[in-house]
Design a protein around this ligand. Sequence first.
Ligand code: HAM
Length: 437
Amino acid sequence: MATFQSLPGFREFYPDDLSRRKHIFDLWRRTAHTFGFAEYDAPVLEPLELYKAKSGDEIEAQLFSFTDKGGREVALRPEMTPTVCRLVGAKASALKRPIKWFSIAEFYRYERMQKGRGRCFFQFNADIFGEPGPEAEIELIALLIQCLAAFGLMEDDFYVRLSDRNLWFYYLEALGLDEPRIRGVLGAVDKYEKYGDDAFKGYTEQFGELEAGVKAKVLAFLQIKTLAALEQTLASLGSDKLVARLADWKKLLGGLEAMGLGRFIAVDLGVVRGLAYYTGFVFEAFDRKGELRALAGGGRYDDLVEKLGGPALPAVGFAIGDMTFALLLEQRGLMPAFVQAPDVYCVIGGEAGRRAAFADIHALRAAGRRVDYPMKEVAFGKQFKAAADSGAKLALIYGDDEVAKGVVKIRDLTDRTEHEVPRDQAVAAVRDFFSAE
Ligand code: HAM
């Protein structure tokens, strides 16, 4: 017989897996609420056009796309950003400011599979619209950090690498490069960590060898690790744009320091982000040991809402992926073991006992208690073992003796004490037990 398997890179969630996923989503959602973000959702299938030339070549090449029965070119969403821009853009004037939105949703990219990367994955997306200054970045980077710290991860577990595409632009402009060349250098910077000097191949093919003096400055810029070093490097260039940009950096880092989050941040100009739409600050979160792929990524994208037909609306946001994040939690022993324990397990003898038990079982469940019982008649000893194994706090016993006496025996499975209550008081006794807990 043929066995059907899921498609490569797609995941199935057995109950234990789903418990872990749910735990992660619940805490992300709760954290977003504490920051005053409102939740939204949107379609999984979108017009292909939404991603073409907007998300960038890499994502475009990874799209799951097809023609639907109505002849439309469509794609499974690879990311949320273009979609949320459309949503906000369509109602921008009616939305209460600041627009702080989040979502938890599934995405699809036809990627080469590796540890922490699949073809379908979940992201927590958070974005702020309508705020041009670094105040929005402060809020979002603080949220990103708290979304990881809420699980018990600390500054020696993860950090956020902070960079700035504007700063790169102004710097390279001050070094005499035009816009196409600047984009070429940024493409090389994006790949430099992975490929070393080979990262400049694309640039050389397009524009010829990058002038040695400029290249040395680019490589030195990549090494900068502090705001002080950044100021020192830029001081001599006499560019007003760079001076103004440094003021934004100070505001951003100062705000995060004041929140006590400076210890999570690393100035790192090696991050420029592959997605096409970023315009200013960009950031990525990584595990400190550097063993895993990115946990999260984001940045400012001030032009995208307008490019997608909305009003001019500055925007900044990030997304955390669930796969690398779950790996990190497992590695650090921070993924709780999930036990699906009932509150009450009923031990039942004979048909009369079953009928008596059923009335109470249903009443307890309707009152919100988790109640389990053996579906078929089983020996008493086995039932007591099942009750103990289930993790329930109480066993309710409906044996022949109890039924004859018109009582229910209640056993506390933690301290093994027992007492009897009249049948019509069993539900109230269980309620009292749990309300006293
Ligand atoms: P991204 O860097 O492409 O950004 O993805 C963000 C995170 O999603 C990654 O750091 C990673 O954890 C996870 N991720 C991405 N691709 C995969 C994959 N194939 N398998 C597993 N996890 C993956 C964006 O998507 C931007 N739209 C984020 C954003 C929101 N920017 C502004 N607002």
